[in-house]
Design a protein around this ligand. Structure first.
Ligand SMILES: [Zn+2]
Length: 518
């Protein structure tokens, strides 16, 4: 189902305009799924334009979609068209760099992006679930991660709803008609994919405070006890990543039980978890650690374009493993990298594609083993390549430099090159731009000199890789590890060991490779 919805073309931002701020005024009710909206959008016009466009779902044959009643450009009615899910202001003639304010009034039943349904307890709920470009089904936006903007959510709802959103709470007022107005404001620019709000019956509790950042739990009242217990663990990864990477970028962190279509969705400062994540048995810690990591990578430092999504998912995956390494020791990290490696090798056998995949067919298809597990492996190998200290220094620098902005893989590479004083073009190229990984034949044969052996490493895959591989040698009860530098088709490495020794390649799980038959 999801894939059908996303079979639409991916929006490219218009380089002539930059959205600065969205104000979403959204009225929801209990008698129908029609929402009534006014959005006020501030844009910077960088180059003279004749027209300005936003994505917004049209009303379709199923009655779902949005119908526009008015569009104002700097306070004046303007001509517009709305077809093919694109709203175009046709007379937005602006001759020079300028700012403009665009007001759009519309209503309709969201076909996607805002999930209006009943939760597992039969209560009516609203969850804005935007990732990757589903917001534009009901909000007029530039639905691309490169165009980040600040945002206000001003939600008018029947007064029994509790409303939470990205940002900090500005107002919560009862208003005539049995309604409540709730206003959340985010002063930090966000990509549309992780802007969010939710309206439901919620129980809320402060789980803790980290460096002055309140961490709140929002769960269904029926799950109050279990949810407060399960989600309170979010304090730990927030603390850990803050000290490891740098300051958290948002005003609060809310962890919300939700109807997201994903297991978890990293919405900025307002993370959604699937409703069944609440068990009362503390089983959501890894999921929470992953989504919290996204607050740094994905939300604050955002990939400038979709093929660089590993900067979000690979980073969150690796940081979750590092969080577990911190809690449970290095053996835990090795175990998680081992199982990630198994998944990467299996996936690349099925369909070998590079991590940075410019030929992706749908945005949902980018949620794959390459973006997550292989992305994590790239960071893991880079950590050994340049050493722990420089690696974490580089991660901190990368965050600091691109915080609340956008980056591509080359930005990360250059940051790591500066920190390490190394040319890392080859490393980044072979692991991210080339499909597959080294397929290695590794054997021990008698050396020319008595009492020695040669470790033979043959790369049998197409394109040659350059890397170091550790080999553990077990020679008559004695053990040692040697590091073999590999760059050619066949590498021969002489060691003091009897030819009958046992060899175990990569004993500490530092290399992404496949061992092929002897
Ligand atoms: Zn993720």
């Amino acid at each position: 189902m999801v894939f059908l919805l996303n079979a639409k073309p991916v929006q490219k931002p218009d380089p002539k305009i930059d959205v600065i701020h969205y104000e979403f005024n959204i009225n929801i009710n209990d008698s129908s799924n029609i929402i009534y909206c006014t959005t006020i959008t501030d844009i910077a016009i960088k180059v003279a334009v004749n027209s300005v466009s936003f994505s917004l779902g049209n009303k379709g044959p199923d009655g779902k979609g949005m119908t526009i009643s008015a569009v104002l450009f700097n306070g004046k009615e303007i001509r517009w068209t709305h077809t093919g899910n694109i709203l175009t202001l046709t007379d937005a003639n602006t001759a020079e760099p300028a700012q403009a304010r665009i007001t759009i009034r519309y209503s309709g039943i969201p076909a996607d992006g805002l999930i209006i349904s009943k939760n597992k307890f039969g209560n009516r709920t609203f969850f804005a679930d935007h990732w990757p470009d589903r917001a534009s089904a009901y909000l007029p936006v530039v639905d691309h991660p490169s165009d980040k903007a600040t945002v206000d959510f001003i939600i008018t709802a029947p007064s029994h709803y509790e409303v939470v959103a990205s940002g900090y709470l500005v107002e919560e007022s009862d208003i005539p008609g049995g309604l409540k107005l709730t206003h959340w404001k985010e002063d930090v620019p966000l990509p549309v994919k992780v802007m969010t709000f939710a309206a439901a019956d919620f129980a809320t509790k402060l789980a803790g405070t980290v460096n002055g950042i309140p961490v709140w739990t929002w769960v269904y009242p029926e799950n109050r006890e279990e949810g407060f217990y399960d989600y309170s663990v979010a304090v730990k990864p927030l603390e850990f990543y803050s000290s490891l990477i740098g300051p958290y970028s948002y005003e609060k962190l809310a962890n919300v039980q939700s109807k997201t279509i994903f297991g978890g969705l990293e919405n900025a400062g307002c993370i959604f978890y699937s409703e069944n994540s609440v068990t009362g048995q503390g089983k959501a810690e890894n999921l929470i650690a992953h989504e919290v990591a996204h607050q740094w990578f994905g939300n604050s430092v955002t990939e400038r374009d979709w093929p660089h999504i590993w900067l979000s998912e690979g980073f969150a995956t690796y940081l979750t493993s590092v969080y577990n390494e911190k809690l449970h020791g290095s053996e835990t990290l090795a175990e998680s990298m081992k199982s990630a490696r198994t998944r990467v090798l299996r996936a690349s056998e099925r369909s070998p594609r590079p991590v940075i995949d410019t030929a992706f067919t749908s945005l949902m298809a980018l949620l794959n083993v390459n973006s997550y597990q292989k992305g994590a492996w790239v960071l893991h190998m880079l950590r050994y390549e340049i050493g722990d200290e420089l690696f974490w220094k580089g991660m901190r620098n990368f965050y600091e430099r691109f915080r609340n902005g956008n980056a591509v893989t080359d930005d990360f590479r250059k940051t790591m090159e500066e920190v390490s004083g190394r040319d890392l073009k080859g490393f980044f190229n072979q692991w991210l731009w080339v499909a597959g990984e080294p397929d290695l034949k590794i054997n021990l044969v008698p050396g020319k000199k008595k009492g020695t052996s040669d470790i033979l490493v043959e790369q049998v895959q197409g394109e040659l890789f350059t890397f170091n591989i550790e080999i553990l040698i077990k020679d008559q009860g004695a053990e040692k590890i040697v590091t073999v530098p590999v760059k050619d088709r066949i590498t021969s490495f002489n060691v003091k060991a009897s030819p009958g020794s046992e060899i175990i390649p990569d004993p500490h799980t530092k290399l992404l490779f496949r061992r092929v038959e002897k």
